[in-house]
Design a protein around this ligand. Sequence first.
Ligand code: PRP
Ligand code: URA
Length: 215
Amino acid sequence: MDIQNKENIILLDHPLLKHKITLLRDKRTGTNEFRQLVKEIAVLEGYEALRHLKTELIEVETPIETTKQPMISGKKLCFVPILRAGLGMVEGMLSLVPSAKVGHIGLYRDEVTHEPHEYFCKLPYGIAERETYVLDPMLATGGSACDAVKLLKEKGAKNITFICIIAAPEGVKTFHDAYPDVPLYIGALDRCLNENAYICPGLGDAGDRIFGTLK
Ligand code: PRP
Ligand code: URA
């Protein structure tokens, strides 16, 4: 799939982002550093994904004079991490918009079929009026991403954006075919999936690396 010219697929290419994702991939990167990197990457990706936010002029008194200057208007944002690994991105996003609400969607992939299963969903009130940002470091087959967006739409969310750190081409195609209206921000686009539906070269199991539950 040629994603270069696809509307709503945004492959980010900042050198700082690339550098941090390379550190994340390294199998020698331990839990502590991994968590810190996921947080920093979320800040860099969030900065881009929130670029369109509207501002309004607010009066402010500087030590010199009174002036009208821009502030973000209508801050009705909601961040929705997909449990577990998406949790690692929440703090970074909240450092950009501390007033955002946070919902949670719990999905796990069956180890054999790789199909996602929902086990939790708690969203803030008024989801229909909020800009909703779904957070998950990994977009592999795209099954979890599609299920999360489907669930959000069923609950009334209208303005949805998906932010991932590493994506496989197969998952990007599945997601974009299902939800061409949902902007997809990607930190790195990898080669393919392996026979276990892991991303190659990827970083392994994101949830296990964030929470230190590697076998
Ligand atoms: C991982 C990852 C995504 C999903 C991606 O979660 O965080 O949610 O897999 O794979 P997919 O695109 O093929 O659906 P996992 O199911 O391993 O759960 P965890 O975060 O609790 O480890
Ligand atoms: N989930 C992960 O955490 N890693 C992958 O490579 C694929 C799915």
